[in-house]
Design a protein around this ligand. Structure first.
Ligand SMILES: Cc1cc2nc3c(=O)[nH]c(=O)nc-3n(C[C@H](O)[C@H](O)[C@H](O)COP(=O)(O)OP(=O)(O)OC[C@H]3O[C@@H](n4cnc5c(N)ncnc54)[C@H](O)[C@@H]3O)c2cc1C
Length: 499
């Protein structure tokens, strides 16, 4: 009988981080990954000698002393990653179909507000107020600053503040409102729901400093996996968990799709909470808890175009280009259903090849899983010719929009590949191919914030659904989950000492 101290389900960033933390502390951990490749959203794939990222295109806060830098030092990652810093004065560029101006996000809070104030001279004060607010909000999240105090109840009102309302209250200038919310695809923000803290934590980290991982982010997964194994941990691929096994009403193991059962004292599930609960027999969880989690709304999904360029045809852009058909960056039915696509995010990955020219680009546009429901019961590579035709048609529509911002873009393309919401669903196991998992709702903050603790004493949750998605959110989530086993003060001290 195979028995471990802790079984972790899923080998995305969160599963690997928990595996790293706990194996470093002497626990005999086993990470179970359903696919033949580890990493979840950290995975890369190669086509025509180009390395494409699937789910991590840039990372914030990696400069010396900044939030993620300190965490990454603890994880032994800072020495292993070849990082490319994006343009200091324009790491993100926002543009609109009805306006030829590029609006630039600059790194550093003062630089950010002063750079935009050049285009919005009357809004200097509003911009300063905005960056102060981002910093203030981040300071209310102790683990953002590697502090071990618990969140005060008196500070909970931050969870109910709405991002759309706050941004629109800071300035009456409609263009600036849309520029400030212009990186919406980083959190799939919905005007009536997205909390300000989600917008603030994500944006603040990138304003601190923004980086690409040269030749793909899968090196993060590989480095963590190597360290876990060196610390005595086990990583099993092609190990899809299908069921939690109970003995005498105590959770004791997991059953794999091969029908093999693996045993442990404790379990951490890094996969979507709804998927986790589906694997637990009804009698072990209260109906109300199960129904609440199963019925939570998820963020939308994406259609992605992976473009391989002809040699020396398209210059490498050391920034991320966000483009909207019109002056409305928020995700709404109005925008997503009519006139698809209404936006795109175009990224040229950093490669160790040419500095001047890009070898490839990733172009993403929101897409609802409903648009591909016709093929929902199919699997990767076996969805049929009509699906391929659908993707081709969508790719051409997306390229039409890209041409508006980059005239002549089509001529630079050697080849392209596509992915749909079904691709995400089948690679990451998220409900509906959702980009970032459970949609946080400022109207019901406590309902959409998932606790790492479950009603089953030896089962914890982690991953992008518990606190926040993204490299920063997931890292804070992994530390929160592991602190339930190790103690928060103890773990934070260890992380601080590593830096
Ligand atoms: C298109 C896209 C772009 C993004 N860009 C960025 C970015 O630029 N910067 C940033 O900071 N964040 C970005 N994010 C967000 C970030 O990638 C995620 O929030 C984060 O990587 C999620 O990590 P995770 O461990 O929670 O989940 P995942 O990475 O989804 O890992 C879950 C793992 O569990 C496995 N699994 C699922 N079910 C089972 C099962 N039953 N048994 C065994 N294994 C199972 C899956 O195969 C997967 O490997 C992006 C996300 C997407 C989708």
């Amino acid at each position: 009988m195979k028995k471990f101290d802790i079984i972790i389900i899923g080998s995305g960033l969160s599963g690997l981080q928990c595996g790293y933390i706990l194996s470093k502390e002497g626990y005999n951990v086993c990470i179970l990954e359903q696919h033949k490749q580890i990493g979840g959203c950290l995975q890369n794939f190669t086509r025509d000698n180009c390395i494409f990222d699937t789910g991590i295109h840039y990372i914030g806060g990696l400069d010396e002393g900044q939030s993620l830098n300190r965490y990454f030092k603890y994880f032994g990652l800072m020495d292993k990653l070849k990082l490319k810093r994006l343009d200091n004065d324009a790491f993100d560029v926002i543009s609109f179909g009805d306006d030829a101006t590029d609006y630039k996000y600059a790194m550093g809070h003062e630089n950010f507000s002063e750079t935009l104030a050049q285009q919005f001279p009357k809004e200097k004060e509003a911009l300063r107020k905005y960056t102060d607010k981002l910093r203030e909000l981040c300071n209310h999240f102790p683990l953002y600053n590697l502090e071990y105090k618990n969140l005060e109840v008196s500070e909970m009102h931050f969870f109910s503040e709405n991002a759309f309302d706050y941004i629109n209250s800071v300035t009456a200038d409609k263009k600036l409102q849309n520029v400030l919310a212009g990186t919406n695809p980083l959190y799939a923000g919905i005007p009536e729901k997205t909390p300000l803290y989600v917008h603030a934590l994500v944006n603040n980290s990138f304003i601190e400093s923004s980086w690409r991982v040269v030749d793909g982010s899968s090196v993060i997964a590989d480095s963590l996996a190597e360290a876990i194994q060196a610390q005595g941990g086990t990583i099993m691929k092609n190990a899809k968990v299908e069921k939690f096994v109970f003995e005498n009403n105590v959770l004791s193991g997991v059953e794999l799709s091969t029908k093999e059962t693996l045993y442990a004292d404790r379990f951490i599930s890094s996969i979507h909470p709804a998927k986790t609960l589906e694997m637990i027999d009804e009698k072990y969880l209260r109906k109300a808890y199960r129904e609440r989690v199963m019925n939570l709304e998820n963020t939308t999904s994406n259609f992605t175009l992976y473009v391989v360029f002809k040699p020396n045809a398209f210059e490498y852009m050391n920034h991320n280009q966000y483009f909207y058909r019109k002056d409305d960056v928020w995700l709404s039915h109005e925008n997503i259903d009519k006139d698809w696509p209404y936006n795109f995010l175009l990224i040229t990955p950093a490669s160790s090849g040419s500095e001047k020219y890009a070898d490839c680009a990733t172009i993403m546009a929101y897409m609802d899983i409903k648009d591909v429901e016709k093929w929902e019961h199919t699997t990767i590579g076996k969805r049929g010719d009509d699906y391929l035709e659908f993707k081709k048609q969508k790719a051409e529509q997306l390229l039409d929009l890209v041409e508006e911002r980059f005239p002549g873009f089509r001529k630079t393309i050697k080849k392209y590949y596509t992915s749909s919401p079904l691709t995400f669903r089948d690679y990451t196991g998220t409900v509906g191919g959702s980009l970032y998992g459970i949609l946080k709702d400022c109207n019901e903050p406590l309902k959409t914030l998932i606790s790492p603790k479950t009603k089953i004493p030896n089962l914890l949750l982690t991953g992008q659904n518990i606190i926040l998605h993204g490299v920063l959110g997931v890292t804070i989530g992994s530390v929160t989950t592991c602190s339930d086993i190790l103690g928060l003060e103890y773990l934070v001290k260890k992380i601080k000492n590593a830096g």
